[in-house]
Structure formats: C-alpha cells, structure tokens
Ligand binder design. Structure first.
Ligand SMILES: CC(C)(COP(=O)(O)OP(=O)(O)OC[C@H]1O[C@@H](n2cnc3c(N)ncnc32)[C@H](O)[C@@H]1OP(=O)(O)O)[C@@H](O)C(=O)NCCC(=O)NCCS
Length: 173
C-alpha cells in the first residue's frame, strides 16, 4: 500500500434518483436520506484512502438551504482532504439536478470524519495525504483547524491545547 496518497486516490462520485419513498409531504428529499447517501459516499472515499474498514467518527454541521425535488438526481462527490494518525477528514459536495429542465443546483457541502479500524474496531494508522491542486491545498490547510474545533466541541481536546484556534478566538496562553 502507498505510504502517501493524493486526494484523487479517494475521489468518489455517487448519483441517486430521488424516488417517492425518499421524500416528505412536500415531495422534497428527506434530510436523513441525503445524510445516509452522504455517509456512504464519504465512507467509500475513506476506505479508498486507507484500504481499511472505516467508521464515522463525526459529521460537521450540515445545512439544507435548497429543497431537492422528487425526480431530481443527487450527485455526491467526496474525497479525503487530510489524514491524521487513524482519522481522516472527508469533504463532500452535493449537486441536485433536474435533468429534463437542464438545471443544476449546488445544495450542500460538508465535512465528515472517519477513523480506520482493525477487525476488533481498534483505530489503526493510515497513509498520509499530499494535496496537489490549490483547492485541495486550501482544504488541507483548514483541516487541522476544523479537527481541533470538532475535538474541542466533542470534549476530546482542551481548548487550551487547540493551537490552531487561537487566532480565531484570540485565546491567551
Ligand atoms: C471513532 C472511534 C473508533 C474512536 O475510538 P477511540 O477509542 O475513542 O480512539 P481514540 O481516542 O484513539 O481516537 C482515534 C481517532 O479518532 C478521532 N476521533 C475520535 N472521536 C472523534 C470525534 N468525535 N470527531 C473527530 N475525530 C474523532 C481521534 O481524534 C483519533 O484521531 P487520530 O488517530 O487521527 O489522532 C470509536 O469512538 C468508535 O468506534 N465510535 C463509533 C463509530 C461508529 O459506530 N460510527 C457509526 C455511528 S452509528
């Protein structure tokens, strides 16, 4: 297995058609169904990066600004932005498309964190990631800050240890 991987090694794209059973009383896609599809796409990306079994450790806030209609297609793209020891951040973008009307809308973006585990569920080291494009480099740089924020919010890191967040919150030593 490669020791260093690139974002393109984990790139996944998944398309689903919104069927009646996926919708609410307004014929719009249910948020939970979209999150289920996003979890699957992100898990595949994390597996491709790590070549391991992966589990979802956290999901950053997802907002639903645009309804997605019955009959639309939903295309989810996902790739790993940065690898830490056993955990990795996955970036997702969701595009809804009304194909007959030839209309596409970017509806959501999100970051999920996955942890690679062995057969007994114990976290295991993964290959590091080297970003290539400007966009990948921007996501890579921000990943450390986002990781510290989610670990602080999850009470897994003391705010005083979150060095990358100091500039945002103007924290003192
Ligand atoms: C995620 C899980 C494997 C972490 O195990 P753990 O024993 O707490 O392991 P550690 O404390 O050593 O953490 C392992 C990694 O997970 C990361 N992690 C743990 N909780 C996290 C969280 N809430 N958000 C982001 N990362 C998290 C840690 O930062 C660490 O990353 P690193 O190795 O890259 O530094 C474990 O909590 C688990 O199995 N959770 C359930 C996962 C699951 O079932 N998901 C589906 C939900 S239905």
């Amino acid at each position: 297995m490669k020791k260093i991987k690139n974002c393109k090694d984990s790139y996944v794209t998944m398309t689903e058609l919104v069927l009646p059973n996926d919708t609410n009383g307004l014929d719009n896609l249910m948020g939970g169904r979209l999150m289920h599809w996003m979890d699957i796409a992100a898990a595949i990306a994390a597996q491709k990066h790590s070549n391991r079994i992966v589990v979802t450790a956290s999901v950053d806030n997802i907002s639903f600004s645009e309804p997605i209609r019955k009959g639309n297609t939903v295309t989810i793209s996902a790739f790993v932005t940065r690898a830490f020891s056993s955990s990795m951040e996955v970036y997702l973008e969701v595009v809804a498309e009304d194909i007959p009307a030839d209309k596409k809308v970017h509806t959501n973006r999100a970051f999920f964190t996955f942890v690679a585990v062995d057969q007994s569920g114990k976290p295991i080291d993964i290959p590091q990631l080297e970003p290539e494009t400007d966009f990948e480099k921007e996501l890579y740089e921000g990943a450390l800050r986002r990781r510290q924020l989610r670990l602080v919010l999850g009470k897994r890191m003391k705010p005083s240890e979150a060095k990358e967040l100091r500039s945002i919150f103007d924290m003192e030593d």
